[in-house]
Design a binder for this molecule. Structure first.
Ligand SMILES: NC(=O)C1=CN([C@@H]2O[C@H](COP(=O)(O)OP(=O)(O)OC[C@H]3O[C@@H](n4cnc5c(N)ncnc54)[C@H](OP(=O)(O)O)[C@@H]3O)[C@@H](O)[C@H]2O)[C@H](O)CC1
Ligand SMILES: [K+]
Length: 550
C-alpha cells in the first residue's frame, strides 16, 4: 500500500535519515534524488540521448536536486540549459556542492548555466529555448512551496505551460509540480490567473507520495507519478507515523477481495437488505439493490414503503421486493417488521431515495437502535441523522456513513471551504468524533477506519461518474462487499466497494466515452472489473480446473 505523507512528515524522515542512527550524508540523499529523476524520467522518455532540455532550478533543495539531474542527463547524452534561480549563497551546503560540480561541467555546447531572466530579451530567449527543446524539468519548488507563486517563478511557470500547450515539450516535475501545495493539493494561480500552477506530464516524487499529488486540484497537475525511495532506509519508510494515509491501488483490493470458494452457495455470499425508497424516488432504491446484485450478493432483499412497492416489484427479477406498511414513506410503525426480519440479514443499507419526512427519522432511529447487523447509511438517512452523533457513536464501528461533500458539510457542521482546505483531517476528525467508518465521496473519495483512524485515498473513478444514482449504486456495492467471505472488517469492505465502483466507472469511460454512461451501466461492468482483479490473484488450488482449460 502506498503511503501518503505531509511535508512535515517527510522533513522528519529526512532528519532521522541524516541526523539519527542512519547518519546519511545530506549530499547523498540529494544525489540519490536527482539520480532517481534522471533514471525514471529517462526510462519514461526513451532515453536522454540527443534531447534538448531546459531545467529550472529554484533556490531551495528542490533546485539542488536539479543540479544533480543536469549532471546525469548530460552524461546520458542530453544538451541542457540550466536556469539557476537562486544566488550561490542562498543554497544549502549540499545543493551548493552539487552546483559546484555542475559548474565544472558547464560549456557553451552541452551545458549552459544561466541566471534568472530579467530583461525582455532574456524572456524572449527563454521562450525560444522552451519552444526549441523537447523536455522541461521543473526543479523550482518542491515541498517547501507555500503561499502564492512569486516572481520570476510565476512567469516561468506560465511560459512552460504555454510551451507545453503548444505541444512543444514534455514536462517533468521534481518531487512536486511547482505551485502545488504538497500538503493540501491547493494550487497557486499567482497574481495573474494564468501564472500557475505548473502542469507536468510526469512527476518523480521522493520517499513517499505527497498528499498534494493525490488530492485535487494538485493531482491534475502531476501527470504520471512515480515514487522513488531515494535510498532512504527501509524501516524509516515503513515506520508508521501518527495518522497515516494510504493510496488504494489494485493490488491492495486484490488482497481484500478473496476469490470465491468453488463449493460456495448463495448463503455463503450474504443476504443484503436494502431498506429505502419513497414514492418519489423508487429508482434510487432499485439502483442500490442493483449495485448489490452486480457485486455478487447471494440474495438481495428490497424493502420499500407500501405505496412505493408497485414501482419496484417486477422491475428486476433478482431483487426480492416487498412493501412495508401502506404509506409512501417509512414511519415508526414500520420499524418492528424490519427489526424482526433483520435477524436474517448479513447487512442493512438505508438512505437512497428515503425522503426527509420527520416520521421517517423516527423509523430510522428505532431501527438503528435495535438492529445488530452492520449498517450502511447514505443520502437522506444521513440528512435525517445529522444531529444523532450519540446514537451513531454508540454503534459506529458497525456503521459505514457515505456522505458526499455537501452532506458531509451538513452533518459535520464544517463549511465546504473548511473541508476542502484539508479533507483528510476533516474526514479523520469526523470519524473519530462519531466513532464511525466514513466514506467521504468526492474526487478523490476518502475512506476512514473507525477502528484505526487510518485514511485511505481512492485512486479510481472519473468525472463521468458525477451524476445522480452513482452514489446509490455504491451503497449497494458496499453492502454486498461487507457480506463477502472474509470481509467482516467494515473499512476493508468500504475500500473494496469504493475502489471497484471507481474502476467500473473507468471501464465505462473507456467503452462509452467521457460521460453519459449511467449508474446501471456502471454496475453492469462490475463482473469484468472483478475478472481483471482475479487475474492479479494467485488462484488457490481448488479454483484450478481439474481437466484442461487454462
Ligand atoms: N527526502 C526527501 O524528500 C528529500 C528531498 N529533497 C528535495 O528537497 C525539497 C525540499 O527542499 P526545501 O529547500 O525545503 O524546499 P523547496 O526547494 O521546495 O523550496 C524552498 C524555497 O522555495 C521558496 N518559496 C517558497 N514558497 C514560494 C513561493 N510561493 N514563491 C516563490 N518561492 C517560494 C522559499 O523561499 P522563502 O523566501 O519563502 O524561504 C525557499 O527558498 C524536496 O521537495 C525535494 O525536492 C532533497 O534533495 C533530498 C531529500
Ligand atoms: K518541482
Amino acid at each position: 500500500m502506498q503511503k501518503i505523507t505531509t511535508a512535515a512528515q517527510m522533513r522528519n524522515m529526512d532528519r532521522i535519515a541524516m541526523h539519527g542512527v542512519y547518519a546519511m550524508a545530506p549530499v547523498v540523499l540529494m544525489e540519490n534524488a536527482g539520480h532517481a529523476v534522471a533514471e525514471r524520467a529517462g526510462a519514461w522518455l526513451d532515453g536522454w540521448d540527443g534531447k534538448d532540455v531546459v531545467l529550472f532550478c529554484g533556490k531551495g533543495n528542490n533546485g539542488g536536486d536539479g543540479f544533480v539531474i543536469a549532471r546525469h542527463i548530460l552524461a546520458a547524452g542530453a544538451r541542457v540549459y540550466v536556469y539557476v534561480l537562486g544566488k550561490e549563497e542562498d543554497y544549502s551546503d549540499e545543493a551548493r556542492q552539487h552546483l559546484h560540480t555542475l559548474q565544472q561541467l558547464a560549456d557553451e555546447e552541452t551545458c549552459l548555466l544561466l541566471s534568472a531572466p530579467q530583461s525582455d530579451a532574456d524572456w524572449q530567449l527563454l521562450q525560444k529555448r522552451l519552444l526549441a527543446s523537447s523536455v522541461v524539468i521543473d526543479a523550482m519548488l518542491g515541498t517547501g512551496f507555500h503561499g502564492s507563486l512569486r516572481q520570476p517563478l510565476a512567469s516561468i511557470v506560465a511560459e512552460v505551460n504555454a510551451a507545453a500547450a503548444a505541444g512543444a515539450v514534455t514536462v517533468i516535475a521534481v518531487d512536486m509540480p511547482t505551485g502545488v501545495n504538497s500538503d493540501t493539493g491547493a494550487v497557486s494561480n499567482g497574481d495573474d490567473d494564468e501564472d500557475g500552477p505548473l502542469f507536468a506530464d510526469m512527476t518523480v516524487t521522493f520517499g513517499a507520495l505527497k498528499r498534494g499529488l493525490v488530492l485535487y486540484p494538485g493531482r491534475a497537475c502531476a501527470g504520471h507519478v512515480e515514487v522513488d525511495p531515494i535510498g532512504m532506509p527501509g524501516p524509516l519508510l515503513m515506520q508508521l507515523e501518527e495518522n497515516p494515509a494510504y493510496l488504494l491501488q489494485e493490488s491492495d483490493i486484490a488482497e481484500i477481495v478473496v476469490p470465491r470458494s468453488p463449493d460456495s452457495h448463495k448463503g455463503t455470499h450474504g443476504t443484503i437488505a436494502i431498506v429505502t425508497g419513497s414514492s418519489q424516488m423508487a429508482g434510487a432504491a432499485l439502483m442500490a439493490a442493483h449495485g448489490a446484485v452486480r457485486s455478487g450478493a447471494g440474495k438481495v432483499f428490497l424493502r420499500v414503503p407500501g405505496a412505493t412497492a408497485p414501482y419496484c416489484i417486477g422491475v428486476q427479477p433478482e431483487i426480492m421486493v416487498r412493501g412495508v406498511g401502506t404509506g409512501d414513506h417509512f414511519t415508526a410503525a414500520d420499524a418492528d417488521e424490519i427489526i424482526a426480519e433483520s435477524k436474517n440479514w448479513s447487512v442493512l443499507a438505508m438512505g437512497p431515495g428515503l425522503g426527509r419526512d420527520a416520521e421517517t427519522k423516527e423509523f430510522l432511529l428505532k431501527v438503528l437502535a435495535a438492529v445488530t447487523c452492520p449498517v450502511v447509511l447514505d443520502a437522506d438517512a444521513l440528512n435525517l441523522l445529522a444531529g444523532e452523533k450519540a446514537l451513531i457513536a454508540s454503534r459506529g464501528s458497525r456503521i459505514i456513513m457515505t456522505p458526499h461533500l455537501a452532506e458531509f458539510s451538513r452533518i459535520s457542521g464544517l463549511s465546504m471551504a473548511e473541508i476542502k482546505a484539508d479533507p483528510i483531517a476533516a474526514a479523520r476528525q469526523f470519524a473519530s468524533e462519531w466513532k464511525v467508518n466514513l466514506v467521504l465521496k468526492g474526487a478523490p473519495t476518502l475512506i476512514v477506519s473507525a477502528k484505526t483512524g487510518n485514511v485511505y485515498v481512492n485512486s479510481t473513478g472519473n468525472a463521468g461518474m458525477a451524476c445522480g444514482g452513482m452514489g446509490d449504486v455504491l451503497t449497494g456495492m458496499i453492502a454486498a462487499m461487507i457480506a463477502h467471505q472474509g470481509m467482516s472488517d467494515l473499512c476493508s469492505a468500504a475500500c473494496a466497494g469504493v475502489y471497484l465502483h471507481g474502476a467500473a466507472g473507468d471501464a465505462c469511460r473507456k467503452d462509452h466515452g467521457p460521460y453519459g454512461f449511467t449508474p446501471m451501466e456502471t454496475a453492469d461492468v462490475l463482473p469484468q472489473v472483478l475478472a481483471s482483479l482475479e487475474e492479479d490473484l494467485a488462484l488457490p488450488i481448488l479454483q484450478q480446473p481439474l481437466i484442461g482449460g487454462k
